[in-house]
Design a binder for this molecule. Sequence first.
Ligand SMILES: Cc1cc2nc3c(=O)[nH]c(=O)nc-3n(C[C@H](O)[C@H](O)[C@H](O)COP(=O)(O)OP(=O)(O)OC[C@H]3O[C@@H](n4cnc5c(N)ncnc54)[C@H](O)[C@@H]3O)c2cc1C
Length: 394
Amino acid sequence: MKNKEEILLSADENKFRAELRDFLVREDAKKIEQEIYERDFYPREFYEKTGEEGFLAPVLPIEYGGRGKLVYEAILAEELGAACVPLAWIHSTSSYVYATIARYGSEEQKKRYLPAMKRGAKIGAIAITEPRAGSDVMRIETRAERKDGAYVISGEKRNITNGSQADVLLVWAITNPEVDPAVGMSVFIVEPGAEGFEVVEDYKLLGGFPGTVNSHLRVDAMSVPEENILGRPNEGAKIMFDELSVERALYAAMLVGEARPVLELAVGYSMEREQFGTSISRFEGISFKIADMATRLEAAKLMVYHTARLIDAGFDAEKESAMSKLLASEAFYEVAHNTVQILGGRGLSDEYPAEWAFRMARLSMIPAGTNEIMRFIVQREVYKEHKRRREGRE
Ligand SMILES: Cc1cc2nc3c(=O)[nH]c(=O)nc-3n(C[C@H](O)[C@H](O)[C@H](O)COP(=O)(O)OP(=O)(O)OC[C@H]3O[C@@H](n4cnc5c(N)ncnc54)[C@H](O)[C@@H]3O)c2cc1C
């Protein structure tokens, strides 16, 4: 072991991370990130290069060229978040899609989508949220009706990351409106370009979110072959909850990565900046902020890897993935908020990436389920566990 960080991972996981870091340094990912902020382009080529070099989709089973564990995917999300935020966002929903197809897909679906997603040639999107169904995911109104060996899907999806750029979308729709949506929704693999698929608009978030795409999509009587259903008909809610656990763990890993260089910036700047004849890091008003930032971020990171390992061990980890998302987004927010403060006036200008990080951190509390919903899930699970213990069932 060379350093404390390595204790968290196995020898092979550390090797994967070291090779990935080398690749990102070799490709000058930070410079590409800076160019994206200046010129706002979607780093699709860089994503493809990451795939060609073999780094994408380590969660896939070994027969699909992966390493079969979510923990590798968390390492990837964290390192991409630290090196190039827009690249990490392309990877985010793409990884939720390939992980879900790997888990629930038929052999034919896996063969059709996984190799291309692993190469980075195909990008994925998750389409759950609708104009009238945000936190209340069970209220989706998109309908899929079975007709002549196909499903005809109609509805609208909003706030879809990668939406207008994706090649493979997982779209949730009601297939049996007569029953509770928990047993009456299904999920479909949709390829854009089919008749009836429309990109309504790409949203402009927080005054601009360079290099990323967040879309409003409409499907109008779009016909999807029966074999594009993922899992069994009406199994969509179960697949959604599994997907969301993976999504929250990986999303949190990305945020831990995004926060890392921001903390480094605050530490470095506070050591160099002098006021009242000394470095500002000597004032407890500054250095205690650094202590809190570092502590929260470390805790979030440990929670993320613990969650990934629980999922790898076969647990549903609904509580822990919600905790991870909550901790990581709030740690990132605290890191970014305090970094702006530590940089003083410079923190607000575009001379440093602090103001950008602050906007990103604010944004991070809403996707993958809002932090209110994360708290709702955590308390619900804590009470359930308590009840089980009290009744001697655990
Ligand atoms: C950048 C970004 C990327 C996204 N990417 C995707 C994506 O790829 N795919 C996808 O399907 N969706 C995506 N979303 C959508 C995201 O999941 C939703 O925005 C989120 O779930 C909240 O839904 P809403 O925006 O409709 O807010 P609402 O559900 O309307 O909530 C509004 C407010 O009410 C609060 N609230 C609601 N219910 C409760 C409750 N029971 N208790 C306490 N407070 C409550 C919320 O916390 C929030 O503060 C993305 C969103 C953003 C901003």
